[in-house]
Unconditional design. Structure first.
Length: 422
């Protein structure tokens, strides 16, 4: 049994229309039970926006035709904060983009793009230029953007802060040291620190790890003797007290399948092996999203720490997804709902892969309920659908979702993979 601990299992989740096309250099983030995917590149730059319901395995295209929506974007970032998506960078370089602040805001409730400069006037001062391959993370009520590639200038070491409340930008010019000019790197947060790994410094790939303290406003280089190689185009997510780094490559044309785990408390690296029978997945310029409580940061703006109205109604009736790494607990009180992963031969079924709470028939390949009657019972709340969705998201299993990336799979729809750790 101990031989399997720390090993991972990859599972492909076939997608069906309607769904976004396969892509790379896109942006993605999760919010309230949905995963959002924006832009990127296939044969050319893409201008589309999609919302993915993970539980039902269902895609929906979001509006993208307003003046407030961004144009085609590549190597941009997207973060979620209190019901809004903040998209930064990634524009095609031109005289027009040089004079524009590359920030766009999407309202997830009204499902529309809004002008982030309206309302209270933003703080006066300088704003960041367009860039690609930067990183963006959230601390408190602010977004922090590091590095990126700026046309003509090349890699930059600029460190910007955007305050969600005042809508003002500030350049953290007082921050000394640090990784230096960087793009194509990864960044994630844990407690009061941001961790940055690898990327390109000019034309040279890096394999250094840096931490930045939001409390002391200082950088520290973390030394290690063994760990990942030089990487660019990889992804990093938080798993409990560890950082998971997946994929990327030592060059743009050499995607890797390695999955590394860095213990943030002990500051040690471990390369995770594959469980027997698990396929190997090579990706670069993909997006990785952590789902389940173990992947969520313990910060006040996390959906997992919000009090969800009426969630107690179904909390005791939900069971985790079944998977090969984490079998269901035997001592559960019935009646309950069990979530599990399964696959059916789509050739034997209708091409309509939709699923509703009232429909007890399950079609296609999805994550769903065995017993949907418990959810479809009538409640005395107008917010039942939203509360149910949040509660389902709260009880999802711990899994890593990998969307798109190179090499493209030669299919018309985006590739979706699940990874679970034993």
């Amino acid at each position: 049994m101990n031989q399997g601990r720390g090993a991972c299992l990859w599972t492909s989740v076939p997608q069906h229309y309607p769904a976004p096309c396969d892509r790379y250099k896109h942006a993605s983030c999760a919010y309230r039970g949905h995963v959002y995917v924006l832009g990127g590149r296939e044969k050319c730059s893409l201008r589309d926006f999609w919302k993915y319901n993970v539980v039902c395995d269902k895609w929906a295209m979001l509006p993208y035709d307003s003046e407030e929506a961004p144009e085609e974007l590549e190597e941009h970032t997207m973060v979620a904060y209190q019901g809004f998506m903040y998209v930064f960078g990634g524009m095609q370089d031109s005289s027009y983009t040089n004079s524009k602040t590359p920030l766009w805001v999407f309202d997830t409730v009204k499902e529309c793009w809004i002008n982030w400069k309206t309302g209270s006037e933003p703080l006066q001062g300088v704003t960041p230029a367009n860039r690609k391959g930067h990183s963006a993370v959230i601390f408190g009520s602010s977004m922090y953007v590091y590095g990126g590639y700026i046309d003509i200038r090349g890699s930059t070491k600029e460190f910007w802060k955007f305050d969600f409340d005042s809508r003002g930008w500030s350049l953290l010019s007082s921050v000394q040291g640090g990784p230096g000019p960087r793009h194509g790197h990864s960044a994630m947060t844990y407690q009061d620190s941001m961790y940055l790994y690898g990327g390109l410094q000019g034309l040279r790939e890096q394999k250094d790890l840096w931490s930045w303290s939001s409390a002391s406003q200082t950088w520290s280089c973390i030394k290690f003797h063994s760990g990942p190689p030089r990487l660019v185009g990889h992804s990093a997510v938080l798993l409990k007290d560890s950082m998971l780094i997946f994929g990327g490559g030592e060059t743009q044309s050499s995607p890797q399948s390695s999955l590394w785990r860095f213990n943030l408390e002990k500051q040690t690296w471990k390369k995770l092996a594959l469980l027997p029978g698990s396929p190997s997945l090579c990706r670069i310029h993909h997006c990785s999203i952590g789902l389940g409580k173990s992947f969520q940061p313990t910060v006040p703006n996390s959906v997992y720490l919000r009090e969800i109205p009426n969630s107690h109604i179904i909390n005791n009736r939900l069971r985790p997804f079944k998977n090969k790494c984490q079998p269901s607990r035997p001592n559960l009180h019935e009646p309950c709902i069990e979530l599990k992963t399964f696959h059916m031969d789509i050739k034997k079924h209708s091409p309509d892969f939709s699923i509703t709470l009232k429909d007890t028939k399950v079609k296609g390949s999805c994550l769903t309920f065995e017993n949907q009657e418990a959810i479809s019972e009538k409640r005395n709340s107008v917010d039942l659908a939203e509360d149910t969705e949040d509660a389902m998201f709260l009880h999802m299993p711990d899994l890593l979702l990998v969307l798109g990336g190179k090499p493209l799979q030669g299919q018309h729809v985006i590739s979706v993979w699940h990874m679970t750790v034993a």
